[in-house]
Ligand binder design. Structure first.
Ligand code: 0X9
Ligand code: ZN
Ligand code: ZN
Length: 408
């Protein structure tokens, strides 16, 4: 028999050089070569087994079953972690299902060219609205952060018609929410390395990958708790905003700056509500107010399922770090800027079990909605008219009465 010289498709191992005596080899054989190949192997006394009879059939079946199982938004499970393709699908379904409240925009592209989407969520208004910013998934392995953005978005969209509190917020405020910022890293944490933290940009001629996007912002860039070594997990990049993901976020936030009242970035783990500054022990001028609003949020969190969150300036209660988005936002003059470090407190670390997604998201939603309430009532809702006309008179009357009663 003539040996055939058809190229076979090697599946395992990947390289011919890695084929060794005594080890299994998986190979795809074209049907036209099947007879010859079998004869060949038998002659050389190489034992073999057919693993898959018809590869194409299997691919076709999977394709059909995947399409058949394409899930509706109603059946989306918020208490599970979802890979990026499912999150993209979810993003488009949310846009379709809540057209009156939601607009979907592109923030820009990741290093590997994926579109970073953000939602603008709010009710139409004649006056210029204030903005609350939220981003999730800046660190790849912090999966609960990504699950939280999805949960929070569903919550405000569902509650809009049920709760006057959420409805009021959506009248005065537009939420700008980025469900996953570091998409390349997030995907890499699903496919290759569950503990990946950074983005996936290539450095040192492809010898190392990724930048810690929370060290890449233009706030004391590259000074404290940041590395210039691309192998480090806290590599801060080659210059401030060297990364496309950070550039994209910075550009949008800069253009909206005067309307953003609150900037929240979601992380895990440790159970903290962190305040600026992360870089220095100095505090922003409105620190006391930001702290008390944060403390109220922590008490709402504790009321929900008992979880204890610590509140304070990042460099006071955690550690100092340069290049964080929280400091960058605060330095821009955005009045409220927080970093949330979600559950847990050191048991499961980045592997927070799925049965904790619901309590984690419920309590964090309660905390964040208390911040939203506070801002809406004290910094937006008719604040400029409080001291005008009748309101001022009512206020002075009640003050007088109060004084009178207390004198008695
Ligand atoms: O180090 C970070 O970027 C954040 N913590 S995480 O574990 N999610 O990576 C904290 C950022 C806030 N700043 C400081 N703690 N300095
Ligand atoms: Zn409505
Ligand atoms: Zn983080």
């Amino acid at each position: 028999m003539q040996p055939s010289h058809t190229k076979l498709d090697l599946w395992k191992p990947n390289y011919l050089e890695d084929i060794h005596p005594g080890r299994e080899v998986h190979v795809r054989v074209p049907s036209s070569q099947l007879y010859d190949t079998k004869q060949n192997l038998q002659q050389k006394k190489i034992s073999f087994k057919v693993l898959i009879n018809d590869v194409q059939k299997l691919i076709d079946e999977q394709f059909v079953s995947e399409r058949r199982h394409k899930k509706s938004l109603d059946s989306f499970i918020y208490t599970k972690y979802h890979p990026m393709n499912e999150i993209y699908e979810w993003i488009f379904q949310i846009q379709e299902a809540y057209k009156e409240l939601v607009s979907l925009y592109s923030l820009g592209s990741t290093y590997e060219g994926r579109i970073i989407y953000y939602f603008k969520i709010g009710l139409p208004s004649n006056t210029r609205k204030k903005i609350i910013w939220m981003d999730c998934g800046i660190h790849a392995r912090e999966w609960i952060s990504v699950a939280f953005c999805q949960w929070f978005i569903r919550e405000i969209l569902n509650q809009h018609s049920r709760s006057t509190r959420v409805h009021k917020a959506l009248e005065n405020i537009d939420f700008y929410i980025v469900p996953v910022l570091n998409i390349d890293g997030f995907i890499y944490s699903w496919t290759t390395d569950r503990l990946w933290r950074k983005s996936r940009s290539s450095h040192d001629n492809g010898n190392c990958y990724g930048v810690d996007l929370n060290r890449n912002f233009d706030s004391h860039w590259g000074t404290i708790d940041a590395s210039k070594d691309c192998r480090s997990t806290i590599f801060c990049g080659t210059s401030p905003a060297s990364e496309p993901e950070v550039q994209a976020l910075s550009q949008l936030v800069n253009s909206l700056k005067s309307d953003i009242v609150c900037f929240i970035t979601m992380h895990s783990y440790g159970q903290y509500i962190l305040l600026p500054y992360a870089f220095t022990k100095d505090l922003p001028i409105n620190h006391a107010e930001m702290l008390s609003v944060g403390q109220t949020a922590a008490s709402k969190i504790a009321e929900t399922h008992g979880a204890q969150y610590r509140v304070g300036s990042a460099s006071h209660i955690l550690y100092s770090a340069s290049g964080s988005s929280m400091d960058w936002a605060a330095e821009k003059g955005i009045p409220f800027s927080y970093t949330f470090e979600l559950r847990d407190n050191g048991t499961y670390l980045f592997f927070l079990p799925e049965d904790q997604i619901q309590p984690t998201c419920e309590e964090a939603t309660a905390g964040i909605l208390s911040i939203v309430d506070y801002i809406n009532e004290n910094h937006i809702n008719g604040v400029s008219s409080v001291f005008s006309g009748t309101l001022w008179i009512n206020l002075s009357v009640s003050l007088v009465i109060g004084t009178y009663l207390s004198v008695q």
